[in-house]
Design a protein around this ligand. Structure first.
Ligand SMILES: Nc1ncnc2c1ncn2[C@@H]1O[C@H](COP(=O)(O)OP(=O)(O)OP(=O)(O)O)[C@@H](O)[C@H]1O
Length: 397
C-alpha cells in the first residue's frame, strides 16, 4: 500500500520517443500543503513527465511515485490522485451530471459526490446542460470536477489556466490555494510563470527535459535582488568609502564600474560626494522573476550563435567578491564542461539573471562601457517537435 504522505517523487526520470529525449534524468519532489508550479517552455517535457507520473506513459528510465508508489500500485488511484491533462474528452451529448455519474460509478463513489463536486467548481446551475454546449472555462471546471470525484489527496493539473478568462484564473487560484491549505498536494504545470506566479509557493523549473530549479518561489525571488552599477573616477576609493559606510555588498567589475547591493542611488551618491569621488553614472537594475525564468530556461530552441565559444569571455578572472553562488534549489544541467562558469553564475560584466536595467543616471563624462553579453551554450540543442500523443481530460479511474 501507499504511505499516505501526499508526496510526489520523481527520480532520474527519462523518456525517449525515438530520437527525441523528451525527459532526461529529471529529479524533484513535491510536498503536500503547498501549490507547486511545474514550469518550462513549450516542449520542455512537462506533459510527458505528468503522463509518466499518472501511469499513462512508461518511463525509459527512473521512477515517478505518488505516496511512495508508482501510479499502477496505488490501489484505487482516483482516491489518491486526481488529474486534468490537456484536451477535453467529454461526450458532447451528455450532461455534466451524467458525465460525472459515469466516472463516480467507475471509481466506486456515491452519486451524492457528483453534486458535491459540481458545487465545488461552481457548476451546480449547469448540471443538466450538455457538455457539448459548454464554454472552454466551463469545460475546464467540469474536468476539474471529474478529477475531484475521488476526493483525492493529490491534484495534478496540466496547463489549467489555458483559455481561462481573468475571473476564471482568479477563481482557480483561490480554489487551488484553499485545497493545498487543507494539507493536500497540488502540482500545476504551465509554460508561463506570470500566469501561475500568484498561485504557487514552490516551483520546479525544467528546460530541455532537465530540472533547472526546484525550490520555493520566494527564495528564487530573493536570490534576485536589485543592485546599482556605479561608474566613478576612482573605483577602489569608492569601494573603500562604501565599505566604511557599512555597505558590504560591493563588487568592483572588470569594466571599472562598481556593483552595489543593499544601498539606494541616493545613499551611494551621498557617500561618494563625501569621499570626494566623482560619479559619472549610475544604473539601477531590479529583480524580475520573469527574466530569471527566461534565463533558466533559455536555449530550448536556440542554436549556438556564429562565433560562439564555450567558456568564459577573454579576461574573465572568476566570480567577483561577494558572489554567493546560485540560488538555493538551482540544479545544474548535466554535461557542463570544466571551463564553463559555475551554474547560475553570470560573469561580472553582465547583468545578473533577471536584472532589468531600469533607470540610467548619467551625470557627466563618458557612458559606461558597453556590456558584453556572455552566452553559454545549452548543453544540448533540440529542435521543437510536433506533439504526437493522445491526451485526455478527466480524473484517473
Ligand atoms: N508521443 C510522442 N511521440 C514523440 N514525441 C513526443 C511524444 N510526446 C511528446 N513528444 C516530444 O517530447 C518533447 C516534450 O513534449 P511535452 O509535450 O512533454 O512538452 P511540454 O513541456 O508539455 O510542452 P507544452 O508546454 O507545449 O505542452 C517534445 O519534443 C515533444 O514533441
Amino acid at each position: 500500500m501507499h504511505d499516505g504522505s501526499g508526496r510526489i517523487a520523481v527520480q532520474n526520470l527519462s523518456k525517449q520517443f525515438g530520437a527525441v529525449n523528451a525527459v532526461q534524468n529529471l529529479s524533484f519532489t513535491v510536498e503536500p500543503g503547498s501549490v507547486t508550479g511545474f514550469l518550462g517552455p513549450n516542449g520542455a517535457g512537462k506533459t510527458t513527465t505528468l503522463r509518466m507520473l499518472l501511469g499513462l506513459v512508461t518511463p525509459t528510465n527512473g521512477t515517478a511515485t505518488i505516496n511512495g508508489r508508482p501510479h499502477d500500485q496505488l490501489g484505487n488511484p482516483a482516491r489518491v490522485v486526481g488529474s486534468v491533462l490537456e484536451n477535453e474528452g467529454f461526450h458532447p451529448g451528455r450532461t455534466a451530471r451524467n458525465h460525472l455519474r459515469v466516472y463516480s460509478a467507475a471509481i466506486g463513489m456515491p452519486d451524492q459526490r457528483v453534486d458535491e463536486v459540481l458545487g465545488l467548481v461552481g457548476l451546480s446551475s449547469a448540471a443538466d446542460r450538455k457538455a457539448g454546449g459548454f464554454s472552454l472555462g466551463m469545460r475546464q471546471r467540469l474536468a476539474l470536477a471529474t478529477a475531484l470525484l475521488g476526493n483525492p489527496q493529490v491534484l495534478v493539473l496540466d496547463e489549467p489556466t489555458n483559455g481561462l478568462d481573468p475571473e476564471g484564473i482568479l477563481w482557480l487560484r483561490n480554489f487551488l490555494r484553499a485545497y493545498a491549505r487543507e494539507g493536500r498536494t497540488v502540482l500545476v504545470s504551465s509554460h508561463l510563470l506570470n500566469e501561475v506566479e500568484q498561485t504557487i509557493d514552490q516551483v520546479v523549473i525544467i528546460s530541455q527535459g532537465m530540472t533547472r530549479y526546484n525550490g520555493s518561489l520566494d527564495q528564487l525571488r530573493k536570490s534576485n535582488q536589485s543592485r546599482v552599477l556605479v561608474q566613478s573616477a576612482d573605483a577602489n576609493g569608492l569601494v573603500a568609502a562604501l565599505q566604511e559606510a557599512g555597505i558590504t555588498q560591493v563588487s568592483p567589475m572588470p569594466d571599472g564600474r562598481v556593483a552595489v547591493s543593499g544601498a539606494t542611488v541616493q545613499q551611494i551618491g551621498d557617500i561618494s560626494a563625501k569621499a570626494n569621488i566623482a560619479v559619472y553614472g549610475m544604473q539601477e537594475e531590479t529583480a524580475d522573476l520573469e527574466r530569471m525564468f527566461f534565463q533558466l530556461t533559455q536555449g530550448q530552441y536556440a542554436a549556438p550563435q556564429p562565433g560562439f565559444q564555450q567558456g568564459p569571455p577573454p579576461g574573465y578572472q572568476g566570480p567577483p567578491p561577494g558572489y554567493q553562488g546560485p540560488p538555493p534549489g538551482y540544479q545544474a544541467p548535466p554535461g557542463y564542461a570544466p571551463q564553463t562558469p559555475p551554474p547560475g553564475f553570470a560573469p561580472p560584466n553582465t547583468p545578473a539573471p533577471g536584472f532589468a536595467p531600469q533607470q540610467q543616471y548619467q551625470q557627466q563624462g563618458q557612458p559606461p562601457q558597453q556590456q558584453q553579453q556572455y552566452q553559454q551554450a545549452p548543453p544540448q540543442q533540440q529542435a521543437p517537435q510536433q506533439q504526437g500523443q493522445n491526451e485526455g481530460w478527466g480524473g484517473q479511474g
